[in-house]
Design a protein around this ligand. Structure first.
Ligand SMILES: Cc1cc2nc3c(=O)[nH]c(=O)nc-3n(C[C@H](O)[C@H](O)[C@H](O)COP(=O)(O)OP(=O)(O)OC[C@H]3O[C@@H](n4cnc5c(N)ncnc54)[C@H](O)[C@@H]3O)c2cc1C
Ligand code: SF4
Ligand code: SF4
Length: 411
C-alpha cells in the first residue's frame, strides 16, 4: 500500500524498541516476511513492507504501530533499526517533498483480507470485554514485585516441573484482566553482553487478584530444560522464576494483550481449550466465574485440557474439586498407562453435539492456549463438528473471528 504514496515519500513502518517485548508474534504474522530480528531488536524492512497492517492487531504491546514520513531515499535501513535503543524523533521532510501531500491514510488502512488469511483467531476482543490497560510499565520503567508464593503444581515424580508463582505489587497499581500477560525481566545479560529481553507469562489469576482484594497476581511457569527439539537447555527466565524464593523481588513490565480477553456480559459461555501452561488464562477465567457463582450471571463453562498424564496436568487436584454443574471438564491424556492416547481435538469431536450447541450461541467465546502445534488440530476439530451438522465452517469461522469470539494464544 505504500506504493500508493508519492514516489519520493514513504510512510515507514517502525517498531518501538523500548516497548517491544520480542515475542515474535509480528514476524510469524507478516504474510510477506517483512519483519526480521536479531538478539537486540525486531525491525521492519522498508523494501518489503506493503503496509497491509496484518501485524498490528496481534502485537500485544502496540509497539509495532509506529510510522514515520521519510524521504524514500532516506528510509531507515534494517541495519540502522537493529542498532536502535529508541525510536528516532519524527524529522521534517526535505522542503522539496514537504509540499507534496502524501496519501497517508491509504498507507495505513487495514487490509482485512490480508489479516484473515494469516490469523486463525480474532484480532478484536469480545464486544463486552472490559477495557484493558497495556504497557503501564516498560523496559525503562519496570515495576518491582515481591514473590509471596512459589510452589510446584505438577507431580514431583514427573519431568514436567510447572510452578504456581504469586507476585505482590504492594502499593503500586498493576491493573490486569484475565487473558492478559506480563513481562518478566530476568537479571543478567545474554551472550552479547546485553540485558536479557523480557519473557511473557499469562496471568493465572483473575482481575481482583490471586487473593481477592489483594494487589497480587499469579503465573503458571514451566521450567524449560529442553528446547523444542528435545535438546537439553536451561531456559533463562523460566529457571530464574521457578527458583525464586518468598520475598525475592522481580522486575515486571506490562500488562500486555488487548484481544484475548473474556466477555463481561451476563450469560456469556466459555469454551476453553488448553495444554500445559496454556491452562493459566483458563484458570484466571474460571476463577473469575467461580467467585461470582452466587450472582447467577454465569453462562456455561466447558474445558478441554490436554496433558500427557494426570500428574503432569497443572492444578489437577483443585480443578477436579470444582462442581460438575459449574464447569464441564474434559481431560485428554496422551500417555496415561493403560488408557488410549487422547488429545484435546479427539474430545472436541466426542462432545460434538454440546460444542455445536455452544458455537451456535452468540454468547459463546472460545479460547485456545498452549503449544503452537495445537492450533491446526483444534481448528480441524471445530470444522469437523460444524460440517457434520451440515453447516458451513468457513462462514462460522469468519463470524467467530469478526465478533471477537475465537482467540488463540500459542507459544
Ligand atoms: C503470549 C505468551 C504467553 C506465555 N505464557 C506462558 C506461561 O503462562 N507459562 C510459561 O511457562 N511460558 C509462557 N510463555 C513462554 C515464555 O514466554 C518463555 O518463552 C518460556 O518460559 C521460555 O523462556 P526461557 O527464558 O526459560 O527460555 P529461553 O532461554 O528463552 O529459551 C531456551 C530454549 O528453549 C526453547 N524454548 C522456549 N520456550 C520453550 C517452551 N515453552 N518449551 C520448550 N522449549 C522452549 C527456546 O526455543 C530456546 O531454544 C508465553 C509466551 C508467550 C508469547
Ligand atoms: S511486541 Fe509487537 S513488535 Fe515486538 S515482537 Fe511482539 S508483536 Fe512484534
Ligand atoms: S504491515 Fe504488513 S507487510 Fe508490513 S510488516 Fe506488518 S504484516 Fe508485514
Amino acid at each position: 500500500m505504500n506504493a500508493a504514496l508519492p514516489v519520493a515519500v514513504l510512510k515507514q513502518h517502525l517498531i518501538d524498541p523500548e516497548i517491544c517485548i520480542r515475542c515474535n508474534t509480528c514476524e510469524e504474522t507478516c504474510p510477506i516476511d517483512a519483519i526480521t530480528h536479531d538478539s537486540n531488536n525486531y525491525v521492519v524492512d522498508p523494501d518489503i513492507c506493503n503496509g497491509c497492517m496484518a501485524c498490528v492487531p496481534p502485537c500485544p504491546t502496540g509497539s509495532i504501530d509506529n510510522w514515520r514520513l521519510v524521504a524514500r531515499s532516506d528510509a531507515y535501513s534494517v541495519q540502522e533499526q537493529l542498532g536502535w535503543d529508541e525510536l528516532p524523533r519524527e524529522q521534517p521532510l526535505p522542503d522539496a517533498l514537504a509540499a507534496v501531500e502524501p496519501a497517508a491514510d491509504a498507507a495505513i488502512d487495514p487490509a482485512p483480507a490480508a489479516q484473515a488469511s494469516v490469523t486463525p483467531g480474532a484480532s478484536v476482543p469480545p464486544w463486552s470485554a472490559a477495557h484493558p490497560y497495556v504497557n503501564l510499565y516498560t523496559h525503562k520503567t519496570p515495576v518491582t514485585a515481591t514473590v509471596v508464593g512459589n510452589y510446584r503444581v505438577t507431580g514431583a515424580d514427573t519431568d514436567s516441573d510447572i510452578h504456581h508463582i504469586v507476585l505482590d505489587f504492594g502499593e503500586l497499581p498493576f491493573p490486569v484482566l484475565e487473558g492478559q500477560s506480563i513481562g518478566i525481566l530476568p537479571p543478567g545479560t545474554d551472550a552479547q553482553g546485553r540485558p536479557h529481553h523480557a519473557r511473557q507469562y499469562s496471568l493465572a489469576s483473575p482481575r481482583d487478584g490471586e487473593r481477592a482484594g489483594y494487589n497480587n497476581l499469579s503465573l503458571t511457569v514451566k521450567r524449560v530444560i529442553e528446547d523444542h527439539q528435545g535438546q537439553p537447555v536451561s531456559g533463562v527466565c523460566s529457571n530464574y522464576l521457578c527458583d525464586l524464593a518468598r520475598n525475592d523481588t522481580v522486575q515486571v513490565i506490562g500488562p500486555f494483550g488487548h484481544t484475548f480477553l473474556m466477555p463481561n456480559h451476563p450469560g456469556a459461555n466459555l469454551i476453553m481449550i488448553c495444554t500445559g501452561t496454556g491452562s493459566a488464562p483458563m484458570r484466571a477465567m474460571t476463577e473469575r466465574y467461580r467467585r461470582r457463582i452466587e450472582t447467577g450471571e454465569n453462562g456455561r463453562l466447558m474445558l478441554f485440557f490436554g496433558a500427557r498424564t494426570e500428574r503432569e496436568l497443572p492444578y489437577f487436584g483443585p480443578l477436579m474439586k470444582l462442581p460438575r454443574d459449574f464447569i464441564d471438564i474434559n481431560l485428554a491424556l496422551s500417555r496415561e498407562a493403560g488408557q488410549p492416547k487422547r488429545y484435546v481435538q479427539d474430545l472436541i469431536r466426542e462432545r460434538a453435539a454440546d460444542v455445536r450447541g455452544l458455537l451456535a450461541d452468540r454468547n459463546t467465546c472460545i479460547y485456545v492456549c498452549g503449544l503452537k502445534g495445537m492450533e491446526v488440530g483444534v481448528l480441524d476439530a471445530l470444522r469437523d463438528v460444524t460440517v457434520q451438522a451440515g453447516q458451513d465452517w468457513t462462514i462460522l469461522h469468519d463470524v467467530l473471528r469478526r465478533e471477537g469470539r475465537l482467540h488463540f494464544e500459542t507459544y
